[in-house]
Design a protein around this ligand. Sequence first.
Ligand code: AMP
Ligand code: MG
Length: 413
Amino acid sequence: MLTLEKAVEILRDSAEPVQDKERIPLIEASGRVLAEDITAPMDQPPFPRSPLDGYAVRGEDTLSASRECPVTLEVIGKIYAGEVFHGKVEKGQCVRLMTGAPIPEGADTVIRQEDTDYGEARKANPVRIFRGSEPWKNYCYAGEDYKKGDILLRAGTVLNGDRIGIAAGSGDDMVTVYREPRISVISTGDEVISPGEPIRPGKIYDSNRYLLAGRLGDLGLGEINSSHCPDRIGDMCERIREAAKTSDLIITTGGVSVGEKDIMHGVMEELGAEKLFWKISLKPGSPTLAFTIERKKTGSFSGSDRIPVICLTGNPYGVAVNFELLVRPVMEKITGNSAWLCPKRLCLLENDSPKRGGIRRFMRGSFTEGRVRILTGSHASGTLSSMADCSCLVEIGEGSSGKAGEEVWTYIL
Ligand code: AMP
Ligand code: MG
C-alpha cells in the first residue's frame, strides 16, 4: 500500500499554485501572499529627523559645554514633528525641535532638552547647553531605514502585521496578492443530515463538512463552499463538475470503501477522471481515494486546467487525520504559504498507547513542551468527541513499541 509520504507527493504534484492576482486593502492583507514586489518610492525617513526632543545645533559649537561652563546659543525657531524650519542654522544658533521633526539645514546634531535650561525662541532668552554633542550623533539620516528603489518585500512573501507595516511605507493603501484558493467540501451519505434539520430515525448529523470547513477557516481561509450530496453517482458527478468550475481543490467525505453505497469509485469512473491512488497505509482514514478532473473555465475564474479531488473516508476521525496529513500539504502548494504545513516534532511519549503494532497509526494527544500524552477517551475512528481536548496527533509507527518513554513524532495542531 502507498505510504503517506508518497500519497502527499502525488497530491502535491497534481495541484497548481494559484496564479490569479487581486488588489485588496493593505490593512486587511494579513495572511495573504504578495503577488508583486513592493519597492520603496522614496527614502525612509524622507528627511533627516530628530530622534529627541531638544535643540538642533552645530555640534562643534557645543563640545566645550558643561554644567559649570554652559554654551549659550541663540534659538532662531521652534518646530514640532510635521513642521519644517525654512532657515539655516549658522554658528552660535540652534532650533528648538521635537522628536520626528526634520533637522534644519546647517545643524548636524541634536542636544537633549534635559541637557539644557529649556530656552525658547526669543532673542532675550537664549538656551544654555550643559552638555555638548558630537556632529552626526543623535541624527537620523534620510534613508536610514531604506532608500528609494529598495525592494521592501518580495513577491511570494506571506504578509503578517510587521510586513504590512513595512508595506505601508510604500504609500499605497492597496496591495496586490494572489487570490485566496477556492476549496469545495462535499459530504456524502444518505444517512447524513445537516445541523439545523430535525433528527430522524437512522440519520446522523454531518460532522465532516463542518469539521473541514472549520479547519480551513482555522488556518486562514475566508470563504469555503460546502454542501452535502446524497449517495447517488449522477448527483455527485454533477456536484463535482459544478464545484470544479470555480475551485482549486475539491474534498469529499464518505463512500470510498467497498460497500454497495460507496459511490466514489463509480463517480470517478463516470467523470472520466484520472485516478491518482486509492488507499494509504495509515490508520485512521486508509481508504482515501484521489483523482484529478478536467476543469472547464467559466467567467472570470481562471485556475489550472485539472484539479485534484481528494475523497476521504466518512469516519469523522479519519477525516480529521487526513485533513492534517494530506490536505494541509496540498494547501501549502496551492497557496505558497508555509503556514499550511503542520509542524512536526519528536516528543517523549508519557503514557502507553492503547493501540499499537501493525499499520502506522495516528492517535489523539495533548502536547506540552516536548512531551506528549495520548488522550484516554475513545480512539475509534468513528468517534469525534475526544477531539475537543486534542492538541496534536501522535504517530505510532509500524515498528514502534507505543510504550511510555519512547520518542514519537507529534503533529502539532
Ligand atoms: P463511509 O465512509 O461513507 O462508509 O462512512 C463511514 C462512517 O462514517 C459511517 O458510519 C457514516 O455514517 C459516517 N459518516 C459518513 N459521513 C459522515 C459525516 N459527514 N458526518 C458524520 N459521520 C459520517
Ligand atoms: Mg457512506
